[in-house]
Design a protein. Structure first.
Length: 216
């Protein structure tokens, strides 16, 4: 547990021991400058009692089944994202040859028909599995009462890190082709597709990441 959470927990226990109810504790923490989301998260870990001390609520345990479901969810996310981007890039390589730079670039396949078939096969299998796995995780999370499993947050941040590295490499190639005078429409469209894909993945997991930041 982080130092900030230790401070909040210590204050909540000490204030409750002196007879303060949660409403007064909330007001005191708010007056001290704590954000409402952090106060809610800290108080949510306890239940009010008439014993003079708050009772800690049981922490949800991430079962091995849920652990591997989250891992499988992110594997499916990578498969869907990669093949979706690859499919769009293949169409650009085949139907928008601008004659600048390397013809294929990222995700290039010498046989566009074969590449499209491979991408579609992966998307047809992985996309519904991704949706079903996400819905299954939502139901399991709702039943367990656990806010956000740590494994999901770790993998979400890792995914954003991988996306940021991909954007960094793409930006370097963008400047490289610009300096050579070989920056064509096709590569600019690829850059936009990659940027929107990474931003979309971040946006999809923003709620989870925001809650983690609020609780830290």
């Amino acid at each position: 547990m982080s130092a900030k959470l230790d401070e909040l927990d210590d204050f909540i226990r000490a204030a409750a021991a002196k007879g303060a109810d949660f409403a007064r504790i909330r007001t005191a923490l708010s007056g001290a400058g704590w954000e409402a989301s952090r106060i809610d998260s800290a108080l949510g870990r306890y239940a009010e009692t008439d014993l003079g001390v708050p009772a800690p609520k049981p922490r949800a345990f991430v079962s091995p089944r849920l652990f591997f479901m989250h891992c499988f969810y992110f594997v499916l996310l990578y498969v869907v994202a990669y093949n979706f981007i690859s499919l769009l890039f293949t169409f650009l390589d085949h139907y928008l040859p601008d004659g600048l730079g390397q013809r294929g670039g990222f995700f290039y396949s010498g046989d566009p028909i074969r590449a499209i078939q491979d991408n579609l096969a992966a998307l047809i299998v992985a996309t519904p599995l991704f949706w079903l796995t996400e819905k299954g995780l939502e139901r399991a999370q709702s039943r367990s009462g656990q806010a956000i499993p740590r494994i999901r947050l770790i993998l979400a941040y890792f995914t954003i890190f991988v996306g940021a590295c991909a954007l960094l490499g793409d930006a370097i190639y963008f400047v490289y082709y610009l300096l050579r005078g070989e920056l064509g429409l096709r590569f600019m469209l690829k850059t936009m597709i990659l940027l929107l894909s990474v931003f979309g993945i971040w946006l999809y997991h923003r709620t989870d990441l925001s809650k983690d930041e609020a609780a830290s």
